[in-house]
Design a protein. Structure first.
Lengths: 100, 475
């Protein structure tokens, strides 16, 4: 598996996660991530034909709450946590265009 | 609009609708449009560490109601994280449904009898709202964007159609019919201007029966009119590009209502760039048959059925009446028209009063009981109120509610008895012999003259139709 994980893949994943990695780090993480994937790949040697994928260990379904309003936080308390705020809103570095 | 040289438009629509719940999708903050910024926020919808989401049962009810109205299969479903970096989502991911949506595979029939397939209608949370400040850089903060998280976590259903739409007018009809269904299910108020219903259009062009072309996704369609204009513009842009030897690039484009044009917003990312993965903090959603049956039993008739039923009450409907039916169905006033008709009112008169007077004062319609509406229409029909007086009474009912007979009395709308009207007409004929002769000789315009004189003499208490009847009886 490690041989199939390319340096470009790691660079792309890092870019998507907004991580800036040096060339050395890219080499290092390609190696390490490759080992992790290789370990996960061990599963491929098992016969799992009749095993259902498990997303949650408890087998719970339909955990819901009633549609009842509960108190929200105090705005001044909320905005005090932010590095910058204006006009009751969080101020962030200017963003262009719309969300994905 | 028809495209030149055998080109055909192919459109699929993604409609996002905010659900009319009391609270957000995963926390107890109020779901309310127009509140002061960042007053409906908590650790969950601000994405603070350690907070955990719990699904709102009402959001599930409404999502299922939408799915049922669109003939979808209700399926066991899961939640995923859609990861991206943008400050409108403080968690840096949006919780959505990915490969297993709650509603799959339905359809929507349009008034022109065409059918558009529904691929899915899934639950997801809305994002916060950002405001961009001007960019001169001189004023402090001009290089900032401001974010309000009141909308962050508001429950949404995204309804994805198949690529079955073949014209901008069909796209508009689809969006309009879907809006009616969303309102009828109680899931949405359908207010596009407030952003509670938002549409993205996937547009491509092809030669008839050829494979689908590369599509562009158009955003910022804030009205049905924008939707239609944007699709026409975008299809023509793609045709011109291809005919000039270019190729369409898959991208997201922004509709500018003022310029009447689309422009590149960003090159489309691959779906897996969002690195979807299962939301570990939420369990599977699999409503059982009893839950589904309860929701299904609460579903009222959808607009198509209501339109058919109301139209069937009209004997040979005119185009104006069909237009009135659309208005009445759209605003949910057919309930009042049907009640009045069942109570003996003339359907076309009730329809006209609903499509005009009630639609014009729609914000007060909750004050108007079906009984009061029926009674007012009947009073007009019997000639106890003139049409102007009936409209005034309806206006008063919409403004303050009450009883139409009492309102008519208070406003001095008790009509003249036919005896005293007859006397007034006799007097006026005597006073205007020349006009009367011309009227008798066939000059119909003089009827208006006499009506005017009667109105003047009775201070507007007479009914125009009754005056004409009196005149004709003496001709």
């Amino acid at each position: 598996m490690s041989s199939s994980l390319r340096r470009e893949d790691v660079a792309k994943v890092a870019q998507l996660a907004r991580l800036s990695l040096s060339d050395d780090e890219l080499d290092k993480f390609t190696e390490q991530l490759g080992q992790v994937l290789e370990h996960a790949n061990d599963m491929g040697t098992l016969n799992l034909e009749n095993v259902v994928a498990t997303a949650h260990p408890f087998g719970l379904i339909n955990v819901v709450r009633d549609d009842v309003v509960r108190p929200s936080l105090d705005r001044s308390e909320v905005l005090a946590m932010a590095p910058d705020a204006r006009d009751g809103r969080f101020a962030v570095p200017r963003i262009m265009g719309e969300a994905p | 609009m028809t495209l030149p040289n055998g080109w055909e438009i192919v459109v699929g629509l993604e409609v996002h609708t905010e659900l009319k719940t009391a609270t957000k999708m995963f926390c107890g903050c109020a779901n309310r449009f127009g509140a002061e910024p960042n007053t409906n926020v908590c650790p969950v919808c601000l994405g603070l560490p350690g907070s955990l989401p719990v699904l709102n049962v009402r959001a599930v009810d409404l999502a299922m109601a939408i799915g049922m109205a669109l003939h979808c299969t209700i399926a066991p479903s899961t939640f995923h994280r859609k990861n991206y970096f943008y400050p409108d989502m403080p968690k840096d991911f949006q919780i959505s449904q990915y490969d297993l949506p709650i509603n799959k595979g339905g359809y929507l029939d349009l008034p022109d009898a065409s059918r558009v397939s529904i691929e899915r209608a899934h639950l997801e949370e809305d994002t916060g709202k950002s405001t961009h400040l001007g960019g001169s850089g001189r004023i402090h903060g001009a290089d900032r964007s401001l974010v309000d998280y009141n909308r962050s976590g508001v429950p949404l259903v995204e309804i994805v159609s198949g690529p079955d739409i073949r014209s901008s007018s069909q796209a508009r009809a689809y969006a309009s019919e879907l809006r009616g269904i969303l309102i009828a299910t109680g899931a949405s108020d359908g207010r596009m201007e407030e952003g509670s219903m938002r549409i993205d259009a996937n547009v491509s062009v092809r030669q008839a029966d050829a494979e689908f072309g590369t599509r562009c996704e158009i955003k910022n369609l804030n009205s049905l009119r924008s939707l239609q204009r944007a699709i026409d513009y975008e299809a023509m842009r793609q045709v011109e590009l291809i005919e000039a030897g270019g190729t369409v690039r898959q991208e997201t484009r922004h509709w500018d209502e003022i310029l009447g044009a689309t422009s590149t917003m960003r090159i489309k990312e691959e779906a897996d760039d969002y690195r979807y993965f299962r939301e570990p903090d939420l369990v599977d959603l699999a409503p059982d048959q009893a839950w589904q049956d309860r929701i299904r039993s609460q579903l009222g008739p959808m607009p198509a059925q209501r339109r058919r039923e109301l139209t069937a009450r009209l004997t040979s409907a005119t185009q104006a009446q069909l237009d009135a039916v659309e208005v009445v169905i759209d605003l949910g006033l057919d309930r009042l028209v049907n009640y009045a008709a069942d109570g003996g009112a003339d359907v076309s008169l009730a329809l006209s009063r609903a499509a005009n007077e009630l639609a014009g004062g729609i914000e007060g319609v909750d004050r108007l009981t079906p009984e009061a509406f029926c009674a007012t229409v009947l009073m007009e029909q019997r000639g106890e109120l003139s049409s102007t007086q009936a409209k005034t009474v309806l206006g008063e009912l919409l403004a303050s509610g009450g009883d139409p007979h009492a309102i008519a009395g208070t406003m001095g709308f008790e009509q003249l008895s036919s005896d005293s009207l007859g006397e007034t007409v006799d007097e006026l004929i005597e006073r205007h012999p020349d006009e009367w002769t011309r009227y008798r000789e066939g000059d119909e315009k003089l009827a208006q003259f006499f009506i005017g004189q009667v109105m003047k003499a009775t201070k507007g208490r007479a009914n125009g139709k009754a005056v004409i009847a009196e005149l004709q009886a003496r001709r």
